[in-house]
Design a protein around this ligand. Structure first.
Ligand SMILES: [Zn+2]
Length: 103
């Protein structure tokens, strides 16, 4: 089945700008926390998509990714009904988010 039923998608201002956070639970699983509820409610991943990638940018770091990664996630909060999208890739440089305008 096509991600988001084949419709365009882009994260909203509710999840961008550092508003979406997350953490691991008792194990190594990572959870996205609903920014609208802002009380630790875990968002459910409804679907994901492996997106087309661009060539990795050499960063001159000690270790580098072996392959490109770009995943899109469709997130949903069952409490407040927030429905949104985020992406994760390995082509952004590491460092503190506030120190880099790209991040
Ligand atoms: Zn919520």
């Amino acid at each position: 089945m096509a991600f988001n039923n084949g419709k365009p998608y882009h994260g909203t201002t509710e999840v961008s700008g550092g508003k979406l956070t997350g953490k691991t639970g008792k194990t190594d699983y990572f959870f996205f926390l609903c920014p609208r509820c802002n009380n630790g409610n875990v968002m459910r991943v409804l679907e994901y998509e492996r997106r087309e990638t661009i060539p990795l940018t050499p960063r001159g770091e000690k270790k580098n990714p072996k392959e490109n990664l770009n995943l899109a996630f469709h997130l949903h909060c069952t409490v407040c009904d927030l429905d949104d999208f985020i992406k994760i890739d390995n082509n952004h440089q590491s460092g503190k988010v506030a120190d880099n305008s790209i991040l």
